[in-house]
Design a protein around this ligand. Structure first.
Ligand code: HEC
Length: 167
């Protein structure tokens, strides 16, 4: 019985200690979130940002080809969900750009560009929730501007044009 009591006491002090870890206690320094970098910026752009932005852009406005002009606005619940999810992913990828993983050593304009992308992505998502095709077209343009603004500032001109070429 005594032994058991002691063990519980030891466990309680251990748990209490966990909440008060100081830097140097083999814990990350206070304020440092232990992010795990899973993609280079180039990979993030190519495999998350670009494909999701494309899903949204292909769900807004019209397209004209030899078959005539087609309205791209979703017509099924699945289509609306896909457009909403794509806009939400772009917005949250903008938030990811704000984390130290991608914002470390960038200028304050990086923060502004990424925040503008989050806002544009959120507006795009709101337009899908409202099932508002007109607003989707407008926010799609705003989204495109938010991508280009950062590319213009951070990439050599030719590379920026390439990064924007799918829009
Ligand atoms: C805050 C800055 C920033 C924003 C916002 C941004 N990008 Fe980028 N993007 C970059 C940088 C920097 C690169 C160059 C990455 C590299 O090659 O290391 C890049 C590269 C790219 C590339 C080229 C990837 C490749 O295969 O080389 C594409 C495509 C791209 N971005 C798409 C987008 C789209 C679409 C958006 C908006 C929905 C967007 N980006 C928003 C900074 C940004």
């Amino acid at each position: 019985m005594v032994r058991r009591g002691l063990t519980l006491f030891a466990l309680a002090s251990l748990l209490a200690g966990c909440g008060r870890a100081e830097p140097g206690d083999d814990q990350p320094a206070s304020g440092a979130t232990p992010y795990v970098k899973a993609h280079s910026l180039q990979q993030l752009m190519a495999t998350v940002m670009e494909p999701d932005a494309q899903v949204f852009w292909h769900s807004a406005g019209t397209v004209s080809d030899s078959g005539g002009t087609r309205d791209l606005t979703p017509t099924t619940p699945e289509g609306w969900t896909a457009a909403q999810s794509a806009a939400a992913t772009v917005a949250e990828t903008g938030n990811l750009l704000l984390t130290p993983i991608y914002s470390k050593d960038r200028g304050p304009d990086w923060i502004e560009f990424a925040q503008n992308l989050v806002r544009a992505g959120k507006q795009a998502e709101t337009a899908t929730i409202a099932r508002d095709g007109e607003a989707m077209f407008e926010t799609g343009a705003r989204l495109s501007e938010a991508c280009s603004a950062c590319h213009q500032a951070y990439l050599p001109q030719e590379q920026a044009a390439k990064a924007d070429s799918g829009q």
